[in-house]
Write a protein of this length. Structure first.
Length: 187
């Protein structure tokens, strides 16, 4: 047979996780050399040629054959910041550097050495600290700019967990009105 993988290519394909049947299916489809994978183009097409081929194996094979690393779903264009982040990803407030996975509230930024998160005051118990939530009472911090509003809402009897929710749901006009009450309460 003229169109066959070389022994080396077969061994590499096996090392990437392809079974003998998979290699046979490829040859049947006309893929019989590393160059043929260029025509196949991507892992998705490869998986269509080999029934039951594992996606991860297809990606590894294509990476080897074409030298192109499969693009990650989270970074579809391959450049720039990832737009979809899990909620617990922390960016330094000073230099915007993304903090490592094992980052804990209060850690210093790896890039600039400053406290990566701002220290916020709790509208509920008046203690302060980094992070999204008060370590003392568990209240969700509000931005410093709206701390006085949150304190007022607390004084007016809103439950702890309702305060940040209420602030997020307020319009600018409603906040203006609330600021008016804050000023009068300072009277
Ligand atoms: Zn930083
Ligand atoms: Zn608190």
């Amino acid at each position: 047979m003229a169109n066959e993988f070389t022994t080396l290519e077969r061994n590499i394909l096996k090392a990437k996780g392809l079974a003998d049947e998979g290699i046979a299916a490829l040859q049947e489809a006309g893929v019989a050399s590393r160059a043929d994978f260029q025509t196949v183009g991507d892992a998705e097409t490869l998986a269509q040629l080999v029934p039951g081929l594992d996606e991860a194996v297809a990606a590894k094979v294509m990476e080897w054959a074409t030298g192109v690393v499969a693009r990650k779903a989270a970074d579809p264009v391959g450049t720039g910041p990832v737009l979809v982040d899990s909620a617990d990803v922390v960016y330094c407030v000073h230099c915007r550097t993304k903090q490592p996975k094992d980052y804990k509230s209060g850690d210093l930024c790896l890039a600039c050495g400053k406290q990566a998160e701002p220290i916020l005051s709790c509208y509920w118990c008046s203690s302060s600290g980094p992070g999204k939530f008060c370590r003392t009472c568990g209240a969700e911090f509000v931005s410093t700019a709206e701390l006085d509003l949150a304190v007022l809402l607390r004084r007016e009897g809103l439950p702890k967990e309702e305060v940040p929710r209420k602030l997020k749901g307020m319009t600018a006009a409603e906040k203006d009105d609330l600021w008016g009450r804050v000023r009068r309460s300072r009277g």
